[in-house]
Design a binder for this molecule. Structure first.
Ligand code: GDP
Length: 328
């Protein structure tokens, strides 16, 4: 790894040059060992310049209006002088496929906004891999001077938990619907939410949106809030008509102020950092296991033996740990 190379990457990112930022993200997305070494050195060099952005997660089912809302909220924010970066966490994404989360074409105005930067999700990978890339991309965005970062994910599966773990504020978009719809909402998702926004509260939908918002208020009321300093509000918005988005942003800022006043904001980030470290170690240990031919082969055999009741899980685990040279 050339020192000059790391310095050139770092200088490019810090200068705010879009092409340099794009190259740095491509570098950290690479899994080749020599790229990894450069990426880690780059992230280390940039560390003093990270941590400054307000990080917002946005989730919602397909069609809930994520891209419409992020596009509108985004141009509202850049008009006020913010620099906004958007990235997607979508382990199922496929670059050659149709509509992809974070695809530039989904956010037409932001895509041509000089103060905005949109990064599509990397091609399909494990959730752990995509999550790691997203966290590192956030660091690059911050070093490049973006002060608001939106991390978008589809509200299905585990990716919303992963996104909630890397942001300061987690926004859940919902659609107006009958009360029955509430039954389909996972309790876990409500527990992650710092705010629920019922989108498409415009035209004929308004009455239904109001009812839905009341239903969510009732549902949230019986949950214990994740933070002792914040009660997640339910708001009505129209991403399409730019209704309620200023009030939504005020709530995002109020949340930050409340958590900062209590010391919870910094504590939450530090706790996220510790969990990030553990997640990376586990991810790397698993990768090391896959890359060690003898252990990987024996693991496949042992899996069968355990399944058929011919081996004890404890003994099997010990054997693999010994093969990896890790037994005490
Ligand atoms: P995503 O899949 O969550 O990103 O959803 P999109 O932003 O692509 O929106 C899905 C559809 O809903 C599109 O046809 C949008 O025009 C429409 N839509 C999004 N937001 C609103 C809104 O606030 N009001 C109305 N009436 N339609 C909306």
């Amino acid at each position: 790894m050339a020192r000059d190379e790391v310095e050139a990457y770092a200088a490019g990112v810090l200068s705010g040059d879009r092409a340099a930022l794009g190259r740095a993200i491509t570098l950290i997305e690479s899994r080749r060992p020599e790229h990894r070494r450069t990426a880690v050195a780059l992230l280390q060099a940039l560390t003093p310049h990270t941590g400054r952005a307000h990080r917002i997660g946005v989730t919602g089912a397909p069609g809930a209006g994520k891209s419409t809302t992020i596009d509108q909220l985004g141009v509202n924010l850049t008009a006020r002088g913010h620099k906004l970066a958007v990235l997607a966490v979508d382990p199922s994404s496929n670059r050659s496929g149709g509509s992809i989360l974070g695809d530039k074409t989904r956010m037409a105005r932001l895509a041509v906004d000089e103060r905005a930067y949109i990064r599509p999700s990397p091609a399909a990978g494990t959730l752990g891999g995509v999550t790691q890339t997203a966290r590192e991309t956030i660091a690059l965005f911050e070093a490049a001077g973006y002060d608001v970062i939106i991390v978008e994910t589809v509200g299905v599966g585990q990716s919303e938990v992963a996104v909630a773990e890397m942001v300061d504020f987690f926004l859940v978009l919902m659609l107006p619907g009958g009360g029955d719809d509430l039954q389909g909402i996972k309790k876990g998702l409500l527990e992650l939410a710092d705010m629920i926004a019922v989108n498409k509260a415009d035209g004929d939908n308004e009455g239904r949106a109001r009812q839905t918002a009341n239903d969510y208020r009732a549902a949230l009321h019986i949950l214990t809030p994740a933070s002792p300093n914040w009660r997640p509000p339910v708001v009505m918005i129209s991403g399409l008509r730019n209704i309620g988005l200023d009030a939504l942003w005020e709530q995002v800022l109020a949340h930050r102020a409340a958590l900062e006043a209590a010391g919870e904001f910094a504590a939450k980030r530090r706790a996220q950092g510790v969990r990030w470290m553990h997640a990376m170690i586990e991810e790397r240990m698993r990768a090391a296991l896959r890359a060690e031919p003898r252990a990987a082969a024996r693991l496949a055999e042992l899996e069968r033996e355990v399944r058929e009741g011919r081996a004890m899980p404890v003994a099997a685990a010990e054997e693999i740990i010994a093969l990896m040279g890790l037994s005490g």
